[in-house]
Design a protein around this ligand. Structure first.
Ligand code: FUC
Length: 988
């Protein structure tokens, strides 16, 4: 059954968001970044990263490309490792951890992986000394960084952005006096093997780093003035404006293939973009970026005056004033960073996203998988950044062959794949660094992200089919490598050897069956079991997985009431390690929840208190999520406070471990979402951890598992006041807020609106007051019928078979007899009928469609009958009956109390014309020219009405001004009296 939903919720609550709309999402400063990377402003398109320092006489844009890494194809397996497994296990099982640790360190650890490398710098020089009025900013609404200043009486502007559609970084230089744009531009690289040449106005820079060869092409287009390119430098003199366009391409094709030709790829990118004007490049960039970014808005309230306005000052003042909008800026900056560093075709965001200046970066600026890479992607689904997840999904899938080799060499396992606590561009999967690197659960944790994406898109079986074998490979590794432990008497199946990420017990890392492993493996197996059932495959493997899952050690509490980190109760209550791995079950997993496992929640509380609040940037971000899952909003907010301080958040809002590491930025976005909405274990919990500081606020556009979008939600005085939830794919909606609950089946595309007590407040349609007219296609529920346009493009109901029905909500102010008329057409040769019944099923009237009066599907006539209606709001059901295959088409139903009454309110139109006008502030804007009253209805391409508006005379009608409409094609039907226009339009 399909029901037409009226999405007025989106429009009605628009007022809630005006504060956020006026609050500019800008990072800004009144001085340049100097030489400090963490003062500079990041831009990126998923392939390329840039970091803008904004100097007046020497501006540097630090450059990265996601596949410029050291090293080259190959693995880092330690041959013979598996032959030491038995000795290491035996030693541990008899309690000799010293021997076990030495076996692991000596024989089972491979060499370290490669590191992410800088490309070099784009350097722009001018002679503008003594500049005044300096300002540097990054506008998150446009993803454009900007430097402005005054020199010699001229106001100069440089705008920088990275375009995903064009695969380039653009710098646009302008001035408010013609002929004043003069500058030089060049590129540098820290790598030894490089050569610069030029081709026309393009600088070509070829560089080699180990196996990676890359080429930068920097082109200049100037308006007026003179351009010369020589000796590795572009010179522009006296132009009105100029645009620098830069791309970087590499020879990287995949983890084991570097046969690409950077020169031809870069040339192709540049020749495509050369056909476009600056305005076109900018417009395509904005369209691409804003489609993703604009989905979510957050409003937590206005800052105090004392909060300051320069971004770095706000960070300094955050702990001593009230500046909730800095949380909002930090949150949206996190979303911005993921859009800039993770797009289909590029590599996943690494430890520094896609921004690294060092040839020897901290921790290789690579992928640490015992927390950091996963944390980078915690917000990707909830923060409605669906496009950004693909680099991670593609990476996980591509790791399987390397992981299978490592499973064999290190674990003697023939079926399944493993990855330990680090990987790189080359998908190296062996344990590295030391005994703490022998942690076999990286692939397992990563594979849960494959399942998570499905939970947010639960009808996408093609996707599940595509990732299933990767999930299964991760699961089978455990089926084939777990061993029976001799410790508890329960013969649990455990990882051995392993470690609880980067923590030790009595000085040793090695252990068997640490709690985190058991929790991750439980998820990996259960998710794969579930996936195999959904896809109807692999009964045999499923049975094996089901047998193993039953034998995993349960999470338990120890002598202090804490969750035990190891299988043994070894926890030291004074251990402050930043990793709280054994609470994986609390977050990101949902094995520990206040609802299902109150005792374990108590244990998690003890553990969190023992570990304490203070930690590195990413650990604080994890703790926001933990406390949110504990339903303790105030403690979660304390973690936000501790994160938003100068020693944990740099001037450019990059997260500080220290040093810079981006995971804390992403973890915090997820944390804020978890404070405002959680969606695990089959329910959507609204405001589960609202801190007392955020009394009034609203959020729009975050996503929940089950394929739901929090279309908008508002609260006041700490209490939910309004929520509208859009169902993307029609799953059951189960929402909770405090002690209020509501469950309903849903229809795809429909928005469900609730008041603060979770009472459903919207009807699919506003009731039509009778006497009045029902458009047949404006039903509230139906079965079998379809909306289709007639010859003039007017939507009506067709494809009607015996037993189909459509329902309408009406309001009857005066009980009594009405004349019911239907406008129908039919090509059927047999008579058919329409029976009108009330909600109890009682038949009230029957209309007859007479084949003698209509001879075709567009040959309309009106058929009437009398109907008696009770007073009040009610649903009328129109059931279609007949004997032929298709019975009739229906345009409208009209209820008249007195056929002589002429509606007086309507100014009858003698002319009507409509056209679409482009309007930046609305998704769709129509200019209606008429001398009468009119109504505009906006339908999606599949016939769902999304909005309607009434007006009169010549008027501008806008849709999607506050809640943007989804991009795509819509049909607008404008009616004025008997005149009607139908327009196919695009929403932006
Ligand atoms: C793990 C963490 C460190 C750091 C590094 C990149 O080793 O323990 O704190 O985040 O990854």
């Amino acid at each position: 059954m399909k029901t037409l939903g009226l999405v007025f919720g989106t429009l009605a609550c628009a007022a809630v968001f005006t504060a956020a709309a006026e609050n500019p999402l800008k990072l800004w400063y009144n001085s340049d970044a100097g030489t400090e990377f963490t003062n500079a402003l990041p831009i990126g398109n998923g392939y390329m990263g840039g970091i803008v320092y904004g100097g007046v006489t020497k501006d540097i844009i630090g450059l990265n490309e996601s596949t410029v890494w050291s090293g080259g194809p190959g693995d880092n397996n330690k041959q013979g490792a598996a032959s030491h497994l038995k000795d290491a296990r035996d030693a541990m099982f008899r309690g000799d951890y010293r021997t076990a640790e030495s076996i692991v360190s000596n024989y089972m650890i491979g060499p370290g992986p490669a590191s992410f490398q800088p490309v070099g710098d784009l350097v722009i020089t001018t002679s503008h000394s003594g500049a005044t009025n300096y300002r540097r900013e990054l506008d998150l609404k446009t993803a454009i960084a900007k430097t402005t200043y005054t020199a010699g009486g001229v106001n100069y502007t440089r705008e920088y952005f990275a375009s995903y559609p064009d695969h380039v970084i653009v710098v646009h230089l302008t001035a408010d006096k013609s002929g004043s744009v003069s500058f030089g531009a060049t590129m540098t690289t820290p790598h030894r093997s490089s050569s610069m040449s030029n081709s026309g106005n393009t600088l070509v820079y070829d560089v080699t780093v180990n196996s990676i060869k890359f080429q930068n092409r920097l082109n200049v287009v100037a308006d007026g003035g003179t351009v010369s390119v020589a000796n590795g430098k572009i010179n522009v003199q006296g132009a009105n404006s100029a645009m620098l366009v830069l791309t970087t391409a590499t020879n990287f094709k995949s983890y084991n293939d570097v046969s690409g030709n950077p020169g031809s790829i870069a040339t192709e990118i540049m020749s495509k973009v050369a056909k476009k004007s600056y305005e076109d490049i900018l417009a395509d960039h904005l369209k691409d970026y804003q489609t993703i970014f604009n989905r979510v808005s957050l409003n937590l309230g206005e800052p105090d005056k004392s909060a300051g306005d320069i971004t770095s000052t706000r960070v300094k003042n955050f702990n001593s004033t009230n500046d909730p909008s800095l949380v909002e800026l930090h949150y949206q900056f996190g979303r911005y960073l993921l859009i800039s560093s993770s797009r289909k075709g590029g590599q996943p965001a690494n430890l520094q996203g896609i921004w690294n200046k060092d040839t020897n970066p901290v921790w290789g600026s690579k992928y640490t998988t015992n927390i950091n890479l996963e944390m980078n992607y915690w917000p990707v689904e909830t923060a409605n950044l669906g496009e950004c997840v693909w680099p991670l999904i593609d990476k996980i899938k591509s790791m399987v062959p390397q992981g299978e080799k490592t499973a064999k060499v290190h674990w003697g396992v023939d079926e399944g794949w493993v990855e330990h606590h680090n990987t790189d561009l080359w998908n190296r999967t062996a344990p590295i660094d030391g005994a703490w690197g022998l942690w076999p659960t990286g692939a397992g944790w990563l594979s849960t992200h494959l399942w998570e994406h499905f939970l947010f898109n639960p009808t996408d079986k093609a996707y599940l089919q595509d990732v299933y074998s990767t999930m299964k490979g991760a699961a089978l590794f455990f089926v084939n490598s777990l061993v029976e432990e001799p410790e508890t008497g329960n013969k649990y199946l455990v990882t051995a050897p392993s470690d609880s990420p980067e923590n030790d017990h009595g000085g040793y890392n090695v252990c068997f069956g640490p709690t985190m492993d058991n929790q991750i493996i439980r998820d990996v197996l259960n998710y794969t079991i579930e996936a195999s059932k959904i896809l109807g495959v692999d009964e045999e493997a499923r049975a094996k997985m089901e047998a193993v899952v039953k034998r995993l050690p349960p999470t338990k509490t120890g002598k202090y009431g804490q969750i035990t980190e190891w299988l043994q109760d070894w926890d030291d209550p004074n251990n402050k390690n930043r990793h709280i791995s054994h609470l994986y079950g609390l977050f990101p997993s949902a094995q520990i929840t206040p609802e299902e496992t109150p005792d374990l929640i108590k244990g998690a509380g003890v553990t969190l208190k023992q570990r304490g609040d203070d930690a590195t940037g990413w650990s604080l971000a994890w703790k926001i999520n933990f406390w949110a899952r504990m339903h303790d909003g105030d403690h979660a907010y304390t973690m936000i406070r501790m994160l938003l301080t100068p020693n944990k958040t740099y001037n450019n809002l990059f997260d500080s471990h220290p040093p810079f590491q981006i995971d804390g930025n992403f973890g915090a976005v997820s944390g804020v979402n978890e404070m405002l909405m959680q969606s695990h274990n089959g329910r959507i919990n609204l405001l589960p951890a609202l801190p007392s500081q955020w009394k009034d606020g609203s959020i729009k556009g975050i996503r929940a598992r089950g394929g739901f979008e929090i279309d908008s939600m508002a609260w006041k005085g700490g209490k939910l006041t309004y929520v509208a939830i859009k169902s993307d794919v029609g799953q059951t909606l189960n929402i909770v807020n405090g002690s209020n609950k509501f469950t309903t089946a849903t229809v795809p595309g429909k928005v469900y609106e609730f008041d603060g007590n979770l009472k459903l407040t919207n009807q699919p349609f506003e009731p039509v007051t009778l006497p009045g007219k029902l458009e047949a296609e404006s039903y509230t529920a139906m079965d079998g019928v379809q909306i289709e346009p007639d010859e003039e493009g007017v939507p009506n109901l067709g494809w009607i078979n015996d037993g189909d029905f459509s329902e309408y909500l009406v309001k009857v102010p005066t009980a009594g007899a009405y004349t019911l008329t239907a406008r129908v057409a039919s090509a059927a040769e047999e008579k058919s009928t329409i029976t009108v019944s009330d909600s109890t099923g009682k038949a009230l009237a029957t209309l007859t469609v007479d084949p003698a009066k209509t001879k075709g599907w567009n040959d309309w006539y009106e058929t009437s009958t009398q109907i008696a209606l009770d007073k009040g709001e009610q649903t009328l059901k129109f059931t279609y009956s007949g004997t032929t295959d298709f019975l009739m088409n229906v345009d409208w139903f009209n209820f008249d109390s007195d056929p002589t009454t002429i509606p007086t309110a309507v100014r009858v139109a003698s002319a009507l014309s409509v056209r679409q006008v482009s309007m930046a502030r609305a998704s769709v804007a129509l200019m209606v020219n008429t001398d009468g009253d009119f109504e505009v209805r906006l339908y999606t391409a599949n016939g769902n009405m999304v909005a309607k508006r009434q007006g009169s005379g010549n008027s501008l009608v806008e849709f999607g001004k506050n809640g943007r409409l989804l991009q795509g094609t819509y049909i607008a039907v404008v009616k004025s009296g008997k005149l009607q226009k139908t327009l196919k339009i695009k929403a932006y």
